[in-house]
Design a protein around this ligand. Structure first.
Ligand code: HEM
Length: 502
């Protein structure tokens, strides 16, 4: 027999074995009497995501809309996982019965000594220990100390934009420069110089990590949807050269701080060094833990901040009345105090409403995951979840549900005029997650987002141009929400002669 026939037969046999073995759990939801979507061999229900026809967020929204029940079974490759839609059940999972769902499904290879220590990835008991140590460094008092630098950086951004007046600006890139500078300064005590140098090292690192690519999205999707594979094949979530560059920067700052005995409260690295000093005898909090959490801060903040500002500016460019109302609020407030102050930012109600609405329409992380760590039962809802089962929360589906947000495609900040009712009866709005594992940096993130928006809106008028994608499409090669063509807009000086600018 010809060699090619033997080879082909072998490949065919291996393929059939993989197909059959990938279906061995496929009667799990049927046996539990849970409604489920019919899976296919190998991919389970994940094929649309891996053919890059849809983003993960859009796929979860489709699943969300396909069911009337409060929950539904699917298969992530061969693994049964539950997609939960009911706001009341979500409140139990994320808050009331949090101890049954403390871990994320997301897994990093144990062979990756840095990334596996990042707090987002840590499982218990490590996560609890890190969370209690890191929480104080995000306090209001600490953020206030960082405020002057953030405002200074926003001023640099407006100066940069002044040179671009009248031309088409890819605003997401400008916001990425702003966020890179803040995070490099606050997490690594480095002046990133993103506005001065198009190829600044920190900006390059951010581009490398967040520029969508086939291999990156496959690696990252496996970490979320097939964690067993990650450990088995030692799949790296972040390419080692990015981690190496951040490691070098981190240790050079530590060395400098130690040699000059310089103690600083105005950046996260200084705060973490203080923490290490206090935890001298804690072997579980050494330099590699500090490095892991610094990288965590870089990865968790830079894309979320820049994307949220860019999506807000996109919506403002599409609505002159919202843009004008926001500008009026900001400029009136600045006029009273001379310049924008930390406390004032928290009091700008319409700015807050605008940002909340942006995070509803564009939750940067469009889905969340949890792992059931103890059997869980809610007889009143007919729910029983076994230890080990993964749970996905379709944020994008909830945020576009007519029941909770009428006319969901409309950008309408007035939805958030009264925030007291939000998540009262169950969880329907969760751009930062919810419960004890909610985003650790949400106040820091919101502060940066609001200062960035206030600086641009108070100095420029923002409009769409022939290159602005309307409607906006999302990039299927990105797990977070992102536009494949960026967000090109035109900025012009303010038409009316406003009395004050920031
Ligand atoms: C607009 C900005 C941001 C958004 C929309 C956002 C969103 C999120 C979401 C959805 C989670 C998962 C929460 C959960 O599982 O319940 C999360 C976790 C986290 N975020 Fe953010 N984030 C933002 C900014 C930031 C910033 C600026 C930082 C750091 C300075 C940060 C640090 C973290 C950390 C450390 C976690 C893991 C918390 C834990 O597992 O205990 N985030 N974020």
């Amino acid at each position: 027999m010809a060699l090619w026939i033997i080879t082909l037969s072998l490949v065919l046999i291996i393929f059939i074995i993989i197909c059959i073995s990938s279906t061995r759990h496929f009667n799990y939801w049927k046996k539990k009497n849970v409604p489920y979507i019919k899976p296919i061999p190998i991919f389970g229900n994940l094929l649309p995501m891996f053919t890059f026809k849809q983003t993960a967020g859009e796929w979860f929204r489709e699943i969300y809309n396909s069911m009337d029940m409060g929950y539904l079974g699917i298969y992530a490759f061969d693994q049964p996982v539950l997609v939960v839609k009911s706001p009341k059940i979500l409140k139990h999972i994320l808050i009331k019965n949090f101890t049954n769902f403390e871990d994320h499904i997301l897994t990093m290879s144990k062979d990756d000594p840095v990334m596996s220590k990042m707090i987002f990835v840590q499982k218990n008991p490590d996560w609890r220990r890190s969370r209690s140590k890191l929480s104080p460094i995000f306090s209001n008092a600490k953020l206030k100390l960082m405020f002057p630098y953030i405002r200074e950086n926003a001023e640099q951004m407006t100066k940069y934009l002044e040179q671009k007046i009248g031309s088409i600006v890819e605003i997401k890139e400008v916001c990425a420069k702003y966020a890179t500078n803040v995070i490099a300064h606050c997490a690594f005590a480095v002046d990133a110089k993103s506005f001065e140098n198009e190829n600044a090292e920190f900006r390059q690192l951010g581009r490398k990590f967040f520029t969508p690519g086939l291999t990156a999205v496959i690696r990252q999707s496996l970490a979320f949807f097939l964690p067993v594979f990650v450990d088995l094949f030692k799949v790296r979530y972040v390419s080692p050269d990015i981690v190496d560059s951040l490691r070098k920067m981190f240790f050079s700052v530590i060395k400098e701080r130690e040699s000059t005995a310089c103690v600083k409260d105005t950046d996260f690295i200084g705060l973490m060094l203080k923490l290490r000093e206090n935890e001298k005898y804690d072997e579980d909090f050494n330099d590699s833990d500090l490095l892991a959490q610094s990288i965590q801060i870089f990865l968790a903040s830079f894309e979320t901040i820049s994307t949220t500002i860019a999506f807000t500016l996109y919506e403002l460019s599409n609505s002159r009345s919202i843009q004008d109302r926001l500008r009026k609020e900001i400029l009136e407030s600045v006029e009273q105090c001379g310049s924008l102050q930390y406390e004032q930012i928290q009091e700008l109600k319409y700015l807050d409403m605008v940002v909340c609405e942006t995070l509803r329409k564009y939750p940067v992380l469009p889905f969340l995951d949890r792992r059931c760590t103890e059997d869980f039962e809610l007889p009143e809802f007919g729910v029983k979840i076994e230890k080990g089962i993964g749970v996905y929360i379709p944020i994008f589906g909830l945020h576009y549900d007519e029941k909770y947000f009428p006319n969901p495609y409309k950008f309408d900040p007035d939805r958030f005029a009264d925030k007291s009712q939000i998540n009262e009866d169950g969880i329907t709005y969760l751009p930062f997650g919810a419960g004890p594992r909610t985003c650790l940096g949400n106040r820091f993130g919101l502060l940066n987002v609001k200062i960035g928006i206030a600086s641009i809106v108070s100095n420029f008028q923002i409009d769409t141009c022939s290159m602005t994608p309307i409607p906006l499409k999302f990039d299927p090669k990105c797990l977070t929400l992102s536009s494949p063509v960026g967000i090109p807009l035109v900025i012009t000086p303010l038409e009316i002669n406003y009395p004050t600018k920031i």
